[in-house]
Design a protein around this ligand. Structure first.
Ligand code: RUQ
Ligand code: CUA
Length: 662
């Protein structure tokens, strides 16, 4: 740190202490406060930077965060909602994995049905590996309405409604067993992009790996989002067959590049492993070449081809064949250096930033140059006949940013930020071209690196992948934590580090370490908090969050009852502080039980849980919500059901007896 900045920081501390000292004389402030603050700083050995960081992140009780971050939960399969700058976890959203506190996948029929839709070829899947959350956009700006996220392991995409922060839909990719390059949305969220990863025969078919080049394929899927219905419309969606390179991160064009999609790839060597047969291992075999391929896809044209029915049917899903893509000029490749990873498009859509994991540079492609190279025609092709745009015809610049560059996001001052896995650090560098007017530096160049602890994967800036990033905050999503926190055994948390990037041209500053001991978060997106407008309680009593209407089995006060039809017992129950009605239910072993509960409360936060031990049922019933579950009473005995939310002073009394007679 320079002497000047040191002076500045100590100036700030002096100001804080002066404020504290002055406050000491104010009538309602204790005189102990001034001495207390000084003593605390000395006691805890806090530097001026520590104190500044604390002042920037501390959130007084009751005050709300300015930004909300939606983070993937990795192989824990959920989404985490985190406030910035406080870095407080506000919520876990159950997505691909059951989440008992939300009653997600632990009995409530609608949640079980949504999870069952994610079955793979008839096999029920009870977890996911969430990677890339994507907030819905209008005109390239986050609109705060929907969130999409992919499950890399099983090639699935989930939709979360930001009215109640609940998962509404899971779609299983009909042709691929795994994915990675999604989810990303087009600027008006008409399409959700799910890019592939490891090539396989499409449609979960078998083919021997010795047939790799002929029978294995990559893919990208375009899911049509029906905003009015609030669902992905499978019947209007389609996929494109791609060469069996391992497609990686995709991004949707915006502004000047709107209507196009780019995806990075690696393993253009088409390595098939087999170290046990004397072949090079995957990590060597897939890294032999100096260049892999950026895939450049004309989405608008692909939509026309799909709508004209010029598709093949794979597993009941329309797929544009590779031959058709080539014939219709839907797909181009451009060489990209050394095991590329991220492919990120600048806010105005003019440039694509690609990182080579084994190259210390980021490579910047110009959209204008790509278009003129396409127009020039006369390209050499890969072994499948896909045209390759010459590297020199499409590259605008290369910037040496540091070792192991991965992902890039942007701010409002013409800077780009790239995560450097190997340094490990975050690099701030300047964008050239139209962005030069925003910053004092000239051209494309590295400005600063800030070390992070440790080994960063993705990074995210506030609204940093939209057409108008906010700058302000950057979160480094670090994979390793090592010595940052108390030892909690061999499985360590990951570390989110909040970095201040607000000060134009000035140094980036580390503000906060947040351990994530939950799953390995991959990517996150940060939205301005005031763009979100969720419900406080469900709009009406009896609301079904899945259908978005009054549930046909909603139970109003006074309508509680138990009906028996043969061996089927149907229970209509209400929940309100502090009782369930009915409180006693008598059935016989072997009965089939259908149980409906409505929370008839209208008070904010008056949630009731309902746990039925011994039958694996736990649901959460938010104010106004109606839900149902079913089970076979296979075991006799006395079962005590109770409310799992401490909802009132008499919460412990909020219980009942289910008696199952032998
Ligand atoms: S990517 S490993 Cu987002 Cu860097 Cu999934
Ligand atoms: Cu309802 Cu406790």
């Amino acid at each position: 740190m320079t002497k000047n900045k040191n002076l500045l920081s100590w100036g700030l501390v002096a100001a804080v202490l002066l404020f504290v000292a002055v406050s000491a004389f104010a009538p309602r402030t204790s005189t102990r406060l001034g001495r207390g603050a000084t003593a605390i700083a000395a006691d805890r050995d806090l530097t001026p930077d520590d104190i500044e960081a604390a002042l920037k992140t501390y959130m007084p009780s009751g005050r709300h965060d300015d930004y909300i971050m939606f983070s993937s939960g990795g192989h824990a399969g959920q989404v985490f909602v985190i406030g910035l700058p406080s870095m407080r976890i506000l919520k876990t959203i159950g997505v691909f994995t059951p989440e008992p506190w939300q009653g997600w996948g632990t009995g409530a029929q609608d949640t079980m049905d949504i999870l069952a839709d994610g079955a793979v070829d008839g096999i029920e899947i009870t977890w996911g590996d969430t990677h890339h959350p994507a907030l819905s956009e209008t005109g390239g700006e986050y609109d705060g309405q929907w969130l999409f996220i992919n499950d890399k392991a099983n090639a699935r995409v989930a939709l979360i409604d930001l009215k109640d922060f609940e998962t509404k839909q899971i779609v299983k990719n009909p042709i691929a067993i795994n994915d990675h390059g999604g989810t990303k949305v087009t600027p008006d969220t008409e399409w959700v992009i799910e890019g592939g990863q490891y090539a396989t025969p499409l449609g979960y078919e078998y083919a021997p790996i010795s047939d790799y080049a002929d029978s294995y394929r990559g893919m990208v899927t375009f899911w049509k989002f029906d905003r009015l219905a609030g669902r992905i419309d499978k019947s209007a969606s389609f996929a494109m067959e791609l060469p069996p390179y391992w497609q990686d991160l995709c991004d949707a064009g915006k502004k000047v590049s709107e209507g196009w999609v780019v995806c990075g790839s690696f393993n253009s060597e088409m390595a098939t492993g087999g170290i046990e047969d004397g072949n090079p291992p995957f990590e060597a075999g897939a890294s032999q070449r100096d260049m892999d391929y950026l895939h450049i896809i004309n989405l608008d044209a692909a939509i026309r081809v799909a709508r004209a029915g010029q598709t093949s049917d794979i597993n009941g899903f329309p797929v544009i064949s590779l031959e058709r893509s080539i014939a219709e000029n839907l797909l181009y490749l451009a060489p990209e250096p050394k095991s590329p990873h991220g492919a990120d498009i600048t806010p105005g859509g003019e440039y694509i930033v690609v990182s080579g994991k084994l190259d210390p540079h980021v490579t910047i492609y110009s959209w204008a140059k790509i278009q003129s190279s396409i127009r020039a025609g006369n390209h050499r092709t890969d072994s499948y006949g896909v045209p390759i745009l010459p590297f020199d015809s499409v590259v605008e610049a290369q910037v040496e940013v540091g070792l192991g560059p991965l992902h890039t996001e942007f701010d409002n001052q013409g800077y780009a930020y790239t995560s450097l896995f190997l340094e490990p650090a975050v690099a701030r560098w300047t964008l050239g071209g139209p962005y030069e007017r925003l910053h004092p530096e000239k051209g494309w160049q590295l400005v600063q690196q800030i070390p992070v602890h440790y080994n960063v994967g993705h990074l995210v800036t506030a609204e940093g992948d939209t057409v108008s990033p906010d700058g302000k905050y950057l979160v480094s999503l670090n994979k390793w934590a090592l010595d940052r926190f108390a030892n909690v055994g061999p499985l360590l948390p990951q570390n989110f580090q909040l970095i201040d990037i607000e000060n134009n041209g000035d140094a980036m500053k580390l503000l906060y370490d947040m351990p994530m001991g939950i799953g390995e978060p991959h990517y996150a997106q940060i939205i301005k908090a005031d763009k979100l407008n969720p419900w406080e309680v469900y709009p009406e009593v009896g609301w079904n969050p899945t259908t978005g209407t009054i549930d046909e089995h909603a139970v109003m006060l006074g309508e509680e009852r138990v009906e028996r039809h043969g061996n089927t017992v149907e229970i209509f129950m209400t929940a309100i502080r502090s009782h369930f009605t009915p409180e006693r239910i008598d059935i016989r072993k072997g009965d089939h039980v259908i149980w409906h509960i409505t929370n008839v409360e209208r008070a904010y936060d008056a949630t009731h849980g309902f746990a039925l031990p011994g039958y694996n049922i736990n649901v959460s019933i938010e104010p106004g919500e109606a839900l149902s579950f079913e089970f076979d009473a296979t075991n006799d005995g006395v079962f005590t059901y109770y409310c799992t939310e401490f909802c009132s002073a008499l919460h412990l009394e909020m219980m009942g007896y289910l008696q199952v007679r032998p």
